[in-house]
Every structure is written in C-alpha cells, then in structure tokens.
Design a protein around this ligand. Structure first.
Ligand SMILES: NC(=O)c1ccc[n+]([C@@H]2O[C@H](COP(=O)([O-])OP(=O)(O)OC[C@H]3O[C@@H](n4cnc5c(N)ncnc54)[C@H](O)[C@@H]3O)[C@@H](O)[C@H]2O)c1
Ligand SMILES: [Zn+2]
Length: 371
C-alpha cells in the first residue's frame, strides 16, 4: 500500500529550515529532488554494502552516473575517522569541490559518517539524509548530530551539522532484518512515551500492521517521529535542557549497551532503560505503575529480551553510568515520566538524580539473559 507523500518543515538555526519528505517509493525521485533543492551541485552518494545489496542504491542512482562511496564492512565497526578520511579522499580524487552535496543513504552509521564528512569537507557542504532503518528514520537523520567513534569511545569525534533535506522512504524498511527493525521501533515508543500519549495508543493498536511493515502505518510513524524530534531539537538545538528528554531510557540503556559489549542492539538496551525509568518513577511515587505495565507489554510483543546480559553486573552498570558524560557531579540523571506522554520535571528541570538504593533495587529486579 502506498501512502501519500508528506512534507514537514523543521526549523533550524543557523542554517535555516529543512524539509523532511515522507512517503514510500521516493528513492527514484530523490536525485531530482536534490537537484531541485541544490541546482548546479554535484551529488556524492555515501551508502554501505548491505544497503547497496538490498537494491536501494541502484533504485536511487537509476540511469545516472552518480559517484559515491560504499562503506564496507557496514555497521558500527566502520564508524571511524579512517572511513571518513576515505570518503573525503574519494571526493578529492574525483575533484569534488564546494559545490558538492553529499547524499547519505543508509542507517544511523552511514548518516553519522556521511553527515560528519559533510560537516568538515571544505569547511562544510550540504548533506541530504535518506534514512533506511527504524533507528535512522525515527531518530538519527533528524537533529544534526554527526560523528564517528574513536578506538576508546562512541561518538568521540563529532559536529552539529543539520541536514539540508531529509527524504524518508518507508518502503526501504522492507529489506531491513527483523532484529534491527524491531529494536529500532523503541525510539518511536520513546517519543510517544515522553510527549504524545495518543501516539502511544496508535503504536499499541497498530503493532501487528507495523510488524508486517505496512507502508501506510510506517509513514504515519515517520510523520509523528519527525514532528516530535523536530520540535524538541528546534527548541533546544545544543542540548541545554529540553533536548535531554530524548535521553529517556538512555541513562541505563547506554550502560547496558556498553557492558553487553554491544551484543545487545541500542534499542534493545534502551527498552531495558525505559523499563528501569518507569520503575524508578514508581518507586519515587512520581508515576503510576500502569505506564510501566503498558510499555512492558509492548516491548514483549516486540520480542525484546528485557533481560540483562551476565556481564552487566550491578557494579559495572553503576560504574559506567557515573562515568557517562551526562552525569552531573558523578551522579547519573534519569529522565522520568509523571504520566504517559508527560516528562516529570520538578523545579522545571529534566533529569532527576536517583538515590543509589532505589537504582540498585530496580537494576537487581531484571532477569539475566540465559545462554
Ligand atoms: N546522530 C544521531 O542523533 C543518532 C541518533 C541515534 C543513533 N545514532 C547512531 O546510529 C547508529 C545506529 O543506527 P542503525 O541502527 O541504523 O545502524 P546501522 O547503520 O549499522 O544499520 C543497521 C544494519 O542494517 C543494515 N541496513 C541499513 N538499512 C538497511 C535496509 N534498508 N535494508 C537492509 N539492511 C539495511 C546496515 O548495513 C547495518 O548492517 C549508531 O552508530 C548510533 O550512534 C545517531
Ligand atoms: Zn537512542
């Protein structure tokens, strides 16, 4: 089923507003859309080997002789300065200049790398994001955070560089493997939980159609995600306060992801973090237990593990959380809810310091993943 193409404008400073075009089967027209937005620019396509194998790069390039770079191997292991240097070297070899427009076709790793290359090549060229995963369509393609990992930590190098345009083609999700597809939906659930209870109802009542990758419902999700993330990022582009609410589920989530040595996908770890945030809010009497119960039921229907890997011990998690760059004064801060669609904000600040005894009792309640 095809959904009608929608365009949402995201306001952004200082580069100005950018358009997020959402629909299905948009790849074939993407080069024309880029040429219309950037007349006289040379497009340079960055994608990865899986996305190329899935036929999406060919659908985008069509009969044109668009040049580009294929990241291989795909995924986090390539999200390094070395890959960004290779992308830039390829553009230099092919004599690309300041009139380049980089097109990022792929998941969050491609978007982060291509966006970062665009931020630094010739002191900055435009980047069009064409996200192809549930994570990238809900989250990473919008907001302007770009970067790569160092040997020691994730996203050690980076820059804010808003996309010049985002094209969300929901039909690209058809070829994504089931585990990535399901884990990436956690970012949509996160958006619903922090800001939009009706959106949560929509996900709950349409989950079967979502899992069947019905394009109509996937387009609806993309529209909601874009509106929510776009609004938050516009109001707080440099993550001073409001943008922190997007970190819901991520304080413990990041620690679980790290301690699992990335055997858990980001969304799988964030689902655990969201459950922990719900239980902390219950323990603090900030929120009713119905919210956690509904989230848990949804995550179970998604088949997410909701259990900690053996190596994610209480001590290791506490240690990682207190070293997290978002911890203030060594105490981890949690985004909590006071109701579905509403963030708990005592004294108008988001991010609550949680007493260690409550945190420990919440963490020890999780089951361990059995080998
Ligand atoms: N910049 C931000 O604001 C932001 C936000 C969230 C996450 N991120 C980053 O995003 C990355 C995770 O993103 P991701 O989950 O999309 O990872 P990913 O880019 O590694 O994609 C997951 C896997 O799916 C493959 N793939 C992508 N699209 C496909 C398709 N349509 N069909 C078949 N295979 C496809 C990829 O090759 C890869 O193997 C992390 O590096 C994270 O740090 C950034
Ligand atoms: Zn996330």
């Amino acid at each position: 089923m095809n959904c009608t193409t929608q365009a949402i404008r995201i306001p952004a400073e200082p580069e100005g507003a950018y358009e997020v075009r959402i629909g299905s089967g948009l790849l074939a027209q993407a080069l024309d859309a880029v040429a219309e937005r950037f007349p006289g620019h040379r497009p340079f396509l960055v994608t990865d080997a899986n996305v190329e194998r899935s036929g999406h790069a060919a659908a985008l390039i069509g009969e044109s002789n668009t040049e580009g770079f294929v990241i291989d191997p795909p995924g986090e292991q390539s999200k390094t300065m070395r890959t960004v240097e290779s992308i830039i070297a390829e553009m230099e070899t092919k004599k690309f200049g300041r009139d380049t427009v980089i097109i990022a076709l792929g998941g969050g790793t491609v978007g982060d790398m291509a966006g970062f290359a665009a931020a630094i090549f010739k002191r900055g060229v435009p980047c069009v994001q064409i996200p192809t995963t549930t994570v990238a369509q809900a989250d990473s393609a919008i907001g302007g955070k770009t970067g790569v990992d160092s040997d020691l930590s994730k996203n050690a190098f980076g820059a804010f560089h808003h996309p010049a345009m985002v094209i969300v083609d929901c039909s690209t999700l058809k070829t994504l493997d089931d585990r990535h597809f399901r884990a990436g939906l956690v970012e949509s659930i996160k958006h619903a939980m922090i800001l939009d209870a009706d959106y949560f109802d929509t996900i709950e009542s349409n989950l079967d159609a979502i899992l069947a990758r019905d394009e109509d419902i996937l387009c609806k999700l993309a529209q909601k995600n874009t509106a929510i993330k776009g609004r938050v990022v516009y109001e707080d582009p440099r993550e001073k306060n409001l943008r922190r609410i997007l970190n819901f589920g991520h304080t413990l989530g990041h620690a679980v992801e790290t301690e699992s040595d990335y055997s858990l996908l980001h969304g799988e770890a964030v689902a655990i973090g969201i459950m922990a945030a719900c239980r902390i809010a219950e323990a603090l009497d900030a929120c009713s237990d119905e919210v956690g119960a509904r989230a848990c039921a949804l995550f179970e229907r998604l088949g997410l593990p909701l259990a900690l890997p053996a190596e994610a011990t209480l001590n290791a998690l506490m240690d990682t959380m207190t070293r997290d760059k978002k911890a203030v004064g060594g105490l981890p801060r949690f985004i909590l809810l006071d109701a579905l669609g509403s963030v708990y904000a005592p004294a108008d600040t988001f991010g609550v310091e949680v007493p260690p005894d409550i945190l420990e009792s919440v963490i020890t309640r999780f089951d361990k993943i059995q080998d």
